[in-house]
Design a binder for this molecule. Structure first.
Ligand code: ADP
Ligand code: MG
Length: 622
């Protein structure tokens, strides 16, 4: 496979492209900036030649803002003013932030509870957007120094499951830092861009991205440089940090508890655990010497400590494959992204689950930034966008409420967008001239178990018998995820339309919970759907028979009428007792019983039609 050339730290970027745009991987733990230099994408290093900028900001009393390594080093001595992993807090309220595990060492301004979150630092209150902006500003300064010019824009990557609020705050941070956002790009998609551009191979690829604080899995189909995202899944609260935490907890149980309660001690312990984790990548066993505790830790012991975390990553992979209807045998390549995929325990688990070794050709730290840089180069106009096309998927099924409060899915979950799908519906009642449409999102069968997105009405349906009108409902999702629902009555062309943003107010946890619930309730949902459908069909038969009796009741013998009514009563009983199979049997029985009556009505109508035609012919004959 042809690979991208990436400069190593300290490598001098070649001539800048004529328009300056960068790709930014704004990571929870580390951030990077890349740009196209002399036709290839380079990761831009700082003055010391290092390309990773730790996403850590320290606010000093004198107003100085320190970003990166220096801030990270000072975390232990000044924990309250040194903010790390701020990306986890984007889009969250102060109450949510203060309750999170990562907030213990910070102070929050209690007066600000109802507004934007405010972290109290020596340099005043800061919110997550401001902290993120300081990280971005540092990257922009680095890029402008490297490229010797003013930036025109940036592609910034975000986790696939970032919700609208989190995406918006990322954009706000960029604006605050004075950089124009050309596009927000999902991180796993960016990694796929980095791997796929020079590749002419076909295949199905899994991108496994385990960073410091987030985990994303994407299933992509790759064809001639065209990527299609078949399915995505992830966990916004799982990353390398959790492996540090697990190891720190293990160490804490073995050292002096009292001393380790101090905030600064916790930071030191965390950093120590982080170092051990890294060292275990190179060594089978490491020595521990911390706060008077001496011991050693083997790779196998470390694997035991983090087994639950590793299992969670593999379970997510399993879910993503299931969503896309694929098995591990369908996967041609697995791409590892994110610093935490350097851990042998992860590589082994991934290789074990997929039955083949993952690709690691591109430095897992750089892949996302490289992809963002490539995309930035296209968007700023330095490169033809025909080169590749990025497609996305909708994370939850979109559908419409039908009779019996059931959901008819129009666009199933994980359908590639942009997409348009239409389905025909009809009226339930004779003479019905309006129809109410309820757009819902989710995987469950009952409307009450899904998210309600919008309601609107279609009017101007000409009065017809139930089931005769044809109403076409079209669901259209554009490339930005915006949903348009159009309902049209086909004989008159009466139309009604609504636009919705299905991702509004939806976060990763909600999606996860909704998927979980749909798996848990799958069989119960199937049963309720079968019951409701049987009930609706039975009701339609009963309604039709009553309408027929109203119109042509004289065609019925008293005894016939009595037996039909008895059958209806029995069917209604079964409907109330919620027995779908019995309802179906009794519906068939009722159809059979009323068959003669229906045949007589048909006869009568044909005769009257013939009579009519004779009548209408007569005048001509005269
Ligand atoms: P993010 O995308 O969240 O910013 P990164 O992709 O930079 O994160 O990954 C950071 C994580 O990778 C940290 O938890 C770090 O400890 C871990 N990491 C980096 N290098 C190694 C290594 N050699 N062994 C184990 N973990 C590593
Ligand atoms: Mg990352």
């Amino acid at each position: 496979m042809a690979l991208l050339q990436i400069s190593e730290p300290g490598g001098k970027p070649a001539k800048p492209a004529h328009r300056l745009a960068v790709g930014i991987d704004l990571g929870t733990t580390n951030s990077l900036v890349s740009a196209s230099c002399g036709g290839k994408i380079e990761i831009l290093p700082d003055d010391d030649g290092s390309y990773l900028l730790p996403s850590v900001v320290r606010y000093r009393a004198d107003g100085e803002i320190i970003v990166g390594n220096e801030a990270k080093q000072s975390a232990a001595k000044d924990p309250g003013n040194t903010i790390a992993s701020v990306k986890r807090w984007l889009g969250k309220s102060q109450t949510e932030i203060a309750a999170s595990d990562h907030a213990a060492r910070y102070q929050f301004d209690p007066d600000r509870e109802q507004q934007a979150p405010a972290l109290v630092t020596a340099a005043g209150s800061k919110d997550p957007v401001q902290v993120s902006a300081d990280i971005l500003r540092s990257l922009v300064e680095r890029a402008e120094a490297c490229l010797k010019g003013k930036l025109e824009g940036a592609v910034i990557t975000v986790p696939a499951y970032f919700n609208d609020a989190q995406r918006q705050q990322t954009k706000d941070a960029a604006q605050l830092a004075g950089v124009k956002v050309l596009r927000l790009l999902n991180e796993p998609t960016a990694a796929a861009v980095a791997y796929g551009l020079d590749s002419k191979e076909q295949g199905t690829v899994v991108v496994f991205d385990l960073g410091g604080g987030t985990f994303d899995v994407s299933l992509l189909s790759l064809r001639q440089g065209v990527f299609e995202v078949l399915a995505t899944g992830g966990d916004t609260a799982l990353g390398g940090d959790d492996f540090d935490q697990a190891l720190a907890d293990y160490l804490r149980a073995r050292i002096d508890k009292q001393a380790s309660e101090e905030a600064s001690e916790l930071v030191v312990l965390h950093q120590y655990a982080n170092q051990l984790k890294h060292d275990l990548g190179e060594n089978d066993s490491v020595d521990i010497d911390f706060n008077g505790y001496r011991g050693s830790l083997s790779r196998a012991e470390f694997a035991d400590i983090c087994e639950p975390l590793v299992k969670r990553t593999i379970n997510t992979c399993r879910r993503v494959l299931r969503d896309a209807g694929k098995t591990t045998e369908d996967i041609d390549n697995i791409v590892l992204v994110g610093g935490a995929t350097r851990m042998p325990v992860i590589r082994e688990a991934v290789a074990d689950y997929f039955g083949k070794a993952p690709l690691t050709d591109i430095d897992p730290d750089k892949a996302v930034a490289v992809g963002a840089g490539i995309q930035a180069d296209v968007l700023i106009g330095n490169k033809s966008s025909d080169d590749f096309l990025l497609l996305d998927v909708n994370p939850l099924s979109l559908g419409i409420e039908t009779m019996g409060e059931l959901v008819e899915k129009i666009i199933p979950r994980n359908t590639t967008i942009p997409v348009a799908k239409a389905q025909e519906f009809t009226t339930f009642k004779d003479g019905q001239t309006a129809m109410s449409l309820h757009v819902v999102q989710g995987e469950r069968e009952l409307v009450s178990d899904c998210r309600s997105l919008a309601r609107f009405e279609l009017r101007g349906i000409p009065p017809m018998v139930a089931g005769a009108a044809k109403i076409r409902v079209t669901f259209q999702v554009d490339a930005d995820g915006l949903l348009s629902v159009i309902a049209e009555e086909l004989s008159t062309g009466s139309k009604s339309e609504i636009q919705i943003k299905p991702s509004y107010g939806l976060d990763a946890d909600t999606i996860e919970q909704m998927l979980q619930a749909s798996h848990e309730h799958a069989s119960e949902d199937r049963d309720i759907r079968a019951l409701r459908e049987a009930q609706i069909e039975a009701q339609q038969i009963i309604d039709a028979i009553y309408a027929a009796i109203d119109a042509d009741g004289e065609l019925l013998e008293e005894s016939e009428k009595a037996s039909i009514e008895a059958a209806i009563a029995e069917l209604r009983g079964a409907m109330q007792e919620s027995k779908p199979i019995r309802i179906q049997e009794l519906s068939e029985e009722l159809n059979r019983l009323s068959g003669d009556f229906a045949a007589r009505r048909m006869d009568l109508h044909i005769r009257s039609l013939q009579g009519e035609s004779i009548d209408s012919v007569e005048p001509i004959g005269k």
